[in-house]
Ligand binder design. Sequence first.
Ligand code: GAR
Length: 209
Amino acid sequence: PVSTLVLISGGGSNLQALIDESRRGLPIAIDAVISNEPQAYGLVRARDAGVATRVLCHRGFPDRQGFDRALMRLIDEFRPGLILLAGFMRILTPAFVARYRGRLFNIHPSLLPDFRGLDTHRRALAAGVRVHGASVHYVTADLDGGPVVLQARVPVLPGDSPEVLSERVLRQEHVIYPLAVRWFAEGRLVLGDDGRPYLDGQVLDRPRL
Ligand code: GAR
């Protein structure tokens, strides 16, 4: 199994999906969960699953560079082959993303490149889109702009609130994140030197479930 770290800031439902799938044969070993928020419920999920936890609170650092340097030191203690952002609500410095190039993924609650950034469900409803979704992507220095490897489409239904829509999207996140991780862990998904993602040797052009 690929030694894996999961970085969280909140509820950790994507973390839970990854834990559950790793018990069902997804070939990753989650060596630790790192949170920048001491109160993140995902830390409870990790402990309940017997996974080591670390807290590195960003509020103790004067600037982003300092926090990221400490985070890199912490990560490197584990020598991970894979780093998964799962509701990790921090912008990472270029030095950080360069260090883990090709083995750092994020899940984002929109059909990228639509609705980068925060508050995606409210903005999707305000824009009147009828199809919304989620994306797994490689992390690059371009915020929410790294190459997409897998997306799921989710219908927007009449009367949806951001909360209801976000629940519908999360259910799909829990499908696509473990699947993309499986591709990576099986050695089928790689980030090319050209900056494009390849699955089984073929360029991936934003595949959607
Ligand atoms: C998920 O919807 C994830 O896509 C989003 O935060 C939520 C975390 O839920 N991530 C971002 O918005 C990244 N900027 P979870 O803690 O239950 O997995």
